[in-house]
Design a protein around this ligand. Sequence first.
Ligand SMILES: Nc1nc2c(ncn2[C@@H]2O[C@H](COP(=O)(O)OP(=O)(O)OP(=O)(O)O)[C@@H](O)[C@H]2O)c(=O)[nH]1
Ligand SMILES: [Mg+2]
Length: 291
Amino acid sequence: MGGQSSQPPPPPPPPLLNKPWRRIDWGNKQESLEYVIYYKLHNKEQQLRILLHGQCGAGKSSFINSVQSVLRGRMYRQALTANTSGDSFTKKYKTYKIERDSPDVFYPFVFDDIMGLSTDKGVIVDDIKLILHGHVKDNYKYNPESKLSEGDEHFNKTPTDNDKVHVLVCVAAADTLSTMSDEVLRQIKEIREEASKLDIPQLAILTKVDAACPEVKKDLKNVYRSTYMKEMMERFSAAVGIPMDCIFLVKNYHEEIDLNEDIDLLILNALKHILYSGEDFVKMKLQTRIE
Ligand SMILES: Nc1nc2c(ncn2[C@@H]2O[C@H](COP(=O)(O)OP(=O)(O)OP(=O)(O)O)[C@@H](O)[C@H]2O)c(=O)[nH]1
Ligand SMILES: [Mg+2]
């Protein structure tokens, strides 16, 4: 303007950083796997309840299947998933235990899968708050008209500590992050606020990294070198208030029929941090009870 020569725009950042900004020990799956395989809590009766929430189609059910696949060493598809858009495919609140060694022995952590958030069904947020407090029984079928009421057979009036949520994980699809509606973001924040009141630790996983960035699709090991993925994480962190060190990039099993070590490593990395947070929370609760 005004005859002055304007500065040329800065060159776009290179698609890949020279060095990854977060370290993943590629090629060493055993260490992470052993951490989970031998994972136990001090109190044998204690169980960590991990609740996954997030937009419809974000990959919540797929993440549970992916964790099961890694831990069982073969593809596992217990939680139903679907390639649909719009309404949530998962309609029920369901708890998934993971078998360890034999059919009646389970890992000391469980995953709660729920219906996804969408723009028009605000009732789900009230139900999720009840889940955080342990008031919702397994297999509750979500009713879009009204939240679960105290008189319902699926309302748990006297939740034990194992019924309550110990880690809240927000799942978001990296490839559609930029189009996430303000309403869904608001719902995520509202759920986080309730969890914060209960001191429940909160993490996030960004799925579908393969669909979000061509460099990552080419080689999953590029995931923490991709400038685009880092920017997505930063934007998501700013939008929902979850700090960067609590956000993990993941590619779920979705079309593969065989396990892949790189996919496993990202899933184990996220799972390890989820378990650390849950364990710290349980310890903190125990201490405050003793004091
Ligand atoms: N490319 C790719 N596709 C994925 C990934 N994770 C999940 N998907 C696909 O995304 C679709 C939705 O996945 P779901 O696991 O059903 O998502 P959800 O969050 O449980 O969805 P609702 O139950 O509807 O809320 C399915 O077609 C999956 O195969 C991923 O990491 N990469
Ligand atoms: Mg689902």
